[in-house]
Ligand binder design. Structure first.
Ligand code: GLN
Length: 487
């Protein structure tokens, strides 16, 4: 039998039901893996006692034949989801001692499905970034290295801790959030599957807000099937989130077997970006061939406003962030740095509590929302957003799913791009458009770069049609050579 930490989630689930091993054994193996991998800095807060207690409870249920969908399955949670009684930091100094008195809806659903909490994963501060290097707790290392080059690489971001934890076998699945690419990009960099559902599919209640019209929770896993299983447990209407969608949650796992025969796959020509690695273009070509060979029809489409997506996103997201982060004032919760008077206390608390990137976003956001600039920037960006959504609507009149690269390059060394925010923002060029349109997207590990790093292909689907998206993802996964981390 494969080591317990190398099983897929589906294999572990089936093994537990057949009593091939116990939840306690499965969880103990993962607790050990977490301890052994502390050097990656993937996890901010480990919860081994809670995990082992949950495993015992799972074994009791399994013994009675009452196992639920994720009974006994070790998962990690991005440290942006509030977890009752467990510190939730958003990787920020301003929340570094915040212990929420309540549980986010998505994590509550996971625990209700029997999942076992292994810990809270590292991220870019307040989910702002593409590298997990803006964390107050230091960067997460990608478990992968370039061949012949031992420099530590970024795990991607902002959900880099979750992606690295799944890739390194510290858990069988993880949650992330994706505002402009924060699930799909780190998934691509770490060689795992990452799925951003349709906006409104998973509740935002209890997730520390970054940009509320974009934020969406979703799963990381080592296979498409595992991602489908996790999504099924995380999704669903929640009256506590006013933008949660009251739509049925299909059996995503059951949809996988249907294949892609007869599906139309669109190739948006605008996704051939400047600065894109040649091997990324080659992999994209290969992806088309794989899907065609599996019976899909490949159709060229155009999304003409794509090139405005990144600038529009970097206006809208900071605007919403500047408003959402106004609540961290040192009065109600989080860090407080004493000052001479109230204003001085606000100033000192926010200056010391927020890191550089977060302060930059707050400044940009406050600027584009200020009188005199609102029309020129914020309103215009909103109009662009509408045009981008319209492009997708038109394309989905002709095709069922779109195929694109996930990122223009593979993972880069920690420290690179640090002084060049625009170069960092360019990581999101392929992920941001679907975010602006609220559409579901998934990154599937599809190949390796010349120096041995994972590369991902992205599929984008119609709103609330994650089932078709996952079908196409499964076909891509089946055709792509399984990628294995070097020794
Ligand atoms: N990298 C993007 C940003 O910095 C996206 C982040 C995210 O999706 N949370 O805003």
């Amino acid at each position: 039998m494969a080591a317990l930490t190398h099983l897929s989630l589906a294999e572990a689930r089936d093994g537990l039901r057949k009593k091939a091993f116990s939840a306690e054994e499965l969880v103990a193996a993962h607790v050990q893996a977490v301890e052994a991998a502390r050097g990656l800095n993937a996890i901010i807060t480990e919860t081994p006692e809670a995990a082992l207690a949950a495993a015992k409870a799972s074994d009791a249920r399994l013994a009675k034949g009452e196992g639920r969908a994720l009974e006994g399955i070790p998962v990690t949670v991005k440290d942006l989801f509030c977890t009752e009684g467990i510190r939730t930091t958003a990787a920020s100094r301003i929340l570094d001692r915040f212990v929420p008195p309540y549980e986010s809806t998505v994590t509550a659903k996971l625990w209700d499905a029997g999942a076992v909490p292994m810990g809270k994963t590292n991220l870019d501060e307040f989910a702002m970034g593409s590298s997990t290097t803006t964390s107050h707790f230091g960067p997460t290392e990608n478990p992968w290295r370039r061949e012949g080059d031992n420099r530590p690489l970024v795990a991607g971001g902002s959900s880099g801790g979750s992606a690295a934890a799944v890739a390194a076998g510290l858990c069988l699945g993880a949650t992330g959030t994706d505002t402009g690419g924060s699930i799909r990009q780190p998934a691509a960099f770490c060689g795992v599957v990452g799925l951003k559902p349709t906006y409104g599919r998973c509740s935002r209640w209890g997730i520390v807000a970054f940009a509320s019209s974009l934020d969406q929770a979703g799963p990381f896993a080592r296979s498409v099937r595992d991602a489908a299983i996790l999504l099924g447990a995380m999704a669903g209407f929640d009256p506590k989130d006013s933008t949660s969608a009251d739509v049925p949650v299909p059996d995503f796992e059951a949809a996988l077997g249907q294949g892609v025969r007869g599906l139309k796959i669109g190739i948006p020509k605008e996704y051939q970006a400047d600065g894109m690695a040649e091997e990324v273009t080659a992999l994209w070509e290969q992806g088309k061939v794989w899907l065609k060979d599996a019976g899909a029809e490949i159709v060229d489409v155009s999304l003409p406003h794509t090139r405005y997506a990144l600038p529009a996103y970097y206006i809208i997201a900071p605007a919403e962030a500047s408003s959402n982060l106004a609540r961290y004032d040192g009065v109600r919760y989080g860090l407080r740095v004493a000052g001479e008077d109230l204003n001085d206390m606000y100033k000192k608390t926010r200056a010391e509590g927020f890191g550089r990137e977060v302060r930059r976003r707050i400044l940009i956001g406050a600027y584009v929302l200020s009188a005199g600039y609102y029309d020129a920037y914020y309103l215009k960006a909103q109009k662009v957003r509408t045009l981008i959504a319209r492009d997708f609507e038109e394309a989905f009149g002709k095709v069922d799913v779109l195929l694109t690269p996930t990122t223009p390059t593979p993972a880069f060394p920690i420290g690179e791009k640090e002084d060049d925010p625009v170069a960092m923002y360019l990581n999101d060029v392929f992920t941001v458009p679907a975010s602006l349109a609220g559409l579901p997207g998934v990154s599937v590990p599809a190949g390796l770069s010349a120096d041995g790093l994972p590369l991902g292909l992205q599929l984008i689907g119609r709103a609330f049609d994650e089932a078709t998206l996952l079908r196409a993802a499964a076909a891509l996964e089946a055709a792509a050579p399984g990628i294995q981390r070097g020794a």
